[in-house]
Design a protein around this ligand. Structure first.
Ligand code: ADP
Length: 281
């Protein structure tokens, strides 16, 4: 699948004109710890997708549902609204809720067809999921107890370094890492500040942070014996340097599909569509 952002694919009136009378759509809503992601699916393609920072989760989700529905040219709200993510129980108008493991597995298998393994690193957790040949969840591991190795860890370190999180990846590619010993977010922040004061170049510190996230993630998923193709999803997959280092640590390259940050919302929409199909007999 290419970009799901409707603006990139053409004006919404084309979709409106193309709608048959029995046109049905569902929405997948991923209420994550840092961002809400919403996609609209019509059973064959994703016709709109948007994301926004998580402030008030329910209000943000409602606002995004309205915007994506109008972007998709819908006259009626989606027939089924499925939620996932940390705040999945916040949206009272949702019809169905799925766990993050179920939706990320489903979404990643759709985005990287035939992938055998999924690594997802979001704002507040990291997970590894082993899939069967037909995309069913065989086993999973998850770190949702502490921020170490997650997007929150990365964002905090970016703040300590005075560098926006989306600039971290490009600045560390091909750079020899300076070893970071602390993994706890609080201690690592102190270590980073101390390294800055000792004149260690910022890009070496960043490479060190990326290496430690890659090592930690690879060791977390090692017990599941990841096999390629391996999909890498979640916000941290947008960091190209972590992508490279993670692939090296796991022993196989990891694939970041174009809509990797929407994997949970996409999975929720696909599961919602299956639910709708069952309900309709
Ligand atoms: P959640 O679902 O928990 O809200 P996401 O999967 O949206 O989490 O990931 C959010 C995290 O991704 C942020 O904490 C941030 O560290 C990281 N992130 C977001 N955008 C980028 C980017 N462009 N480059 C690198 N990291 C990013």
């Amino acid at each position: 699948m290419g970009g799901i952002i409707l603006k990139e694919e053409g004006p919404s009136c084309q979709i409106l004109n193309a709608k048959p009378n029995d046109y049905r759509v569902v929405a997948g809503v991923d209420l994550g710890s840092t961002r809400i992601k919403v996609v609209i699916y019509d059973g064959s393609s994703f016709i709109a997708g948007m994301k926004d920072a998580t402030c008030d989760p329910e209000a943000t989700a409602i606002n995004l549902l309205g915007k994506t529905s109008s972007e998709a040219g819908l006259a009626e709200p989606p027939e089924v609204i499925a939620t996932t993510g940390y705040g999945r129980r916040c949206l009272k108008t949702a019809n169905i809720t799925f766990t993050e493991i179920a939706t990320h597995a489903k979404g990643a298998f759709h985005l990287v067809p035939h992938c055998h393994f999924v690594v997802d690193i979001g704002g507040q957790d990291a997970k590894g999921i082993r899939l069967s040949a037909d995309g069913r969840v065989e086993d999973f591991v998850m770190n949702d107890k502490c921020a170490a190795g997650t997007g929150r860890f990365l964002s905090t370190m970016g703040q300590a370094l005075g560098i926006p999180v989306d600039h971290l990846g490009p600045s560390a590619i091909g750079v020899e890492p300076h070893r970071i010993n602390a993994m706890c977010t609080v201690f690592a922040e102190s270590e980073v500040i101390s390294l800055i004061h000792h004149g260690v170049p910022r890009n070496e510190i960043i490479a060190g942070l990326h290496s430690s996230i890659a090592r930690r993630t690879a060791s977390m998923v090692a017990s599941l014996h990841p096999e390629p193709p391996i999909a890498f999803t979640g916000g941290v997959s947008q960091n190209a340097d972590i992508v490279k280092r993670l692939g090296r640590e796991i022993g196989y390259p990891v694939i970041v599909p174009p809509d990797a940050i929407y994997a949970g919302a996409i999975g929720a929409a696909l599961l919602a569509w299956e639910h709708l199909a069952q309900r309709s007999g």
